[in-house]
Ligand binder design. Structure first.
Ligand SMILES: [Zn+2]
Length: 249
């Protein structure tokens, strides 16, 4: 196309970054994760330190590649795009910088938001959650008035990072968090994976709620079963799915 969007910086093409971010944002309403414009997704390339994110307040049906905003994560400077980026951008920047993840999703999907509003961690009760998360999905502390007053969205990111450090959690093993009184942030190696994990989070949040309703004194999944399910999909001993060589069909 010969547009500036085609230029390459480092390993990634800005056009590709925007395409990944657009696809992820469009997937949010398709999966029933958002109402109105209550959600946003970003694509991050650590090699170039660039992040593409949804513009603020724009309906998903009106999103175009050019409407996405591209920022440099270290400085927060807008590199390309004429619209204002999502108001949640400072949170995305902190998570991209601190966790180095390739895709980030924020939605108010209702079952995950219910746990966040209740101020509760989401315990792992079954193998669906264990396939994606090594145990409990943490709920953060509340932000204090000073953190809310100035730099609210930036502090939101810092509170998430603080919670993972305090609990010594690896964001690669627990790719989601519940923001107290708010909703969820979810991430992955790519925007596509982040959306996938956001769908899983919503499913397991619903399952956990009903499990607790059916049996208020239920126990978390046994550790051996949790480890079995997580490690058969992740890490050096993963064996779930097809080998790469046989994924042609
Ligand atoms: Zn929100």
């Amino acid at each position: 196309m010969g547009t500036p969007a085609c230029r390459k910086l480092g390993g990634v093409n800005i056009q590709e970054l925007r395409e990944q971010a657009l696809e992820a944002n469009l997937a949010l309403p398709q999966h029933g994760l958002v109402v109105f414009t209550w959600g946003n997704a970003s694509a991050y390339d650590p090699a170039t330190d660039l992040l593409a994110i949804k513009p603020s307040g724009v309906d998903y049906k009106n999103l175009t590649l050019e409407s996405l905003v591209v920022l440099e994560v270290s400085s927060g400077r807008i590199v390309e795009g004429s619209l204002k980026p999502s108001s949640d951008t400072p949170t995305h920047l902190v998570l991209a910088r601190e966790f180095g993840v390739g895709g980030i999703v924020h939605t108010h999907s209702r079952y995950a938001a219910a746990w966040a509003q209740a101020g509760l961690d989401l315990p792992c009760y079954g193998t669906t959650q264990a396939d994606y998360f090594v145990g409990t999905i943490p709920c953060t502390r509340s932000l204090n008035p000073e953190e809310i007053e100035a730099g609210y969205e930036h502090h939101t990111g810092l509170v998430i990072v603080e919670e993972f450090r305090r609990r010594q959690l690896d964001p690669a093993d627990i790719p989601a968090v519940l923001l107290r009184n708010h909703a969820s942030f979810v991430w992955g190696n790519s925007p596509h994976e982040a959306v996938h994990n956001a769908v899983v989070l919503e499913e397991v949040a619903q399952m956990a709620l009903y499990s607790r309703l059916l049996n208020p004194s239920l126990s978390e999944i046994p550790r051996a079963l949790l480890d079995k399910h997580y490690t058969r999909k992740h890490g050096p001993h993963a064996y779930y799915g097809q080998d790469k060589d046989s994924q042609q069909l």
